[in-house]
Design a protein around this ligand. Structure first.
Ligand SMILES: [Zn+2]
Ligand SMILES: [Zn+2]
Length: 180
């Protein structure tokens, strides 16, 4: 959960790997669920009362498609850079406090995760969504709602539909006679 810097020499870079569970608050009220632990791999360096972190953060979230409501998995691999200050010392802007020799990076990582989540998630770029009328998933099936609309434009509401039928029958005969 926290990096222990008690035995770290100032100015040296140390590798670290931390795993923790992201708080649901990173979803910021949107539908979805965190489906993996948050794994942070990187290096840290101690500089006076400050600790600087550079890392990669990996985690997975199951979203709900904004168009068709299908469950949609997303894997994230983001870069995280943060600076921490010992709580008893004067704080610097943008720095996050740590206590004793323990640096809890989840405090800095979670707000970063929240910022990096997409505002809109689709199960696939060309997702057709669900029919507004009957609620069918248009990615998997078609419904009569659309077809009925097209048919009504094509025949019932088109005054030239009748003419088209006449043209077809006479035209067919004409073609036949020309060829023959
Ligand atoms: Zn979808
Ligand atoms: Zn429909």
């Amino acid at each position: 959960m926290a990096i222990n810097i008690a035995k770290s020499c100032e100015g040296s870079f140390y590798p670290f790997s931390e795993t923790f569970t992201l708080n649901d608050s990173v979803l910021d009220g949107r539908l979805g669920k965190i489906t993996s632990p948050c794994v942070v791999d990187g290096t840290y360096v101690v500089e006076g009362n400050n600790v600087h972190i550079e890392s990669r953060v990996k985690f997975s979230i199951e979203f709900i498609c904004d168009r068709c409501l299908a469950k949609t998995d997303r894997d994230f691999d983001i870069r995280y850079i943060g600076s921490y200050y010992l709580d008893s010392t004067e704080k610097s802007e943008g720095y996050i406090p740590y206590f004793n020799d323990l640096v809890d990076i989840s405090i800095g990582v979670e707000p970063e995760v929240l910022l990096r989540l997409p505002s809109r998630v689709l199960c696939k770029p060309e997702c057709k969504g669900i029919c507004q009328k009957c609620g069918i998933d248009l990615n998997e099936d078609t419904c009569d709602c659309e077809v009925a609309t097209e048919a009504s434009i094509g025949t019932n509401n088109n005054p030239f539909a009748v003419l088209k039928d006449i043209n077809n029958s006479t035209g067919g005969a004409g073609n036949g006679s020309t060829e023959g």
